[in-house]
Design a protein around this ligand. Sequence first.
Ligand code: HPA
Length: 279
Amino acid sequence: MNDVYKKLETCLKSVREKTDFRPETALILGSGLGNYADEKDVKIEKKIPYHEIEGFPTSTVPGHKGQFVFGYVGDVPVVIMQRRVHYYDGYPMSEEVLPTRLMGMLGAKKLILTNAAGGVNYDYSPGDFMIIKDHITQFIPSPLIGANPDELGPRFPDMSAVYDKELRRTIRRIADNLNIPVQEGVYVQFTGPAYETPSEIKMCRTLGGDAVGMSTACEAMAANHMGMQICGISCITNMACGMTKTPLSHEEVQKTADRVAIQFKTLITALIKTTGTGE
Ligand code: HPA
């Protein structure tokens, strides 16, 4: 059996020993949204810390304790990743996307990706939300490199519509109804952990990028490979390097994410309730 798939089966078994919950929608929380699953929005059924799952990658950031939260948003059964691992944690890309694949194997058909990102487009401002229309991943290794786990998807998957058009339209409609302004654009993933240089940001803009970050697109690639229906929302926490006079800091990212966290949560809750069937 394919090594990647073998590891997934071990993780799946480990989770199934703790819960038989079948999620319909999977949600990965980015910076600032991390406490979503603590809120009254989610009727929590089960929490599983990552370190209790055999073979599961865990983050190297101090205090960055991650867990799966299983529960209901309205009638919709969800699995939520409270904290994700990043490529800069030092795991190979195939490990970084293991949690995404695992959520698919647990039953999730839809994937909602969220992140904090730097704004590359001069029309954006910190605190804006951006619906991810497409992405550029050519600066990171593909998570699909290596023997293909045929059980999950094809060797050469099509990438022409990774971010579902209908879900994107729904996010916009929900945001309009809630009076939450949203942008729509292209997300560029870099490895991190250093922020980009001004020249790299200029390059991103030349390439058609609107926002930059250190996650998400690789997860979308793995989820697309296994046929999940995907959408992504970036919280623009700062203007990217070289666009303002101030140096970038994680504190700035966190501060903006905190400022708009309630709006972000409102949007996510409405999105799950609108797009999930709860059946
Ligand atoms: N660059 C990369 N990742 C980020 C940024 C950024 O400017 N802001 C939040 N995450």
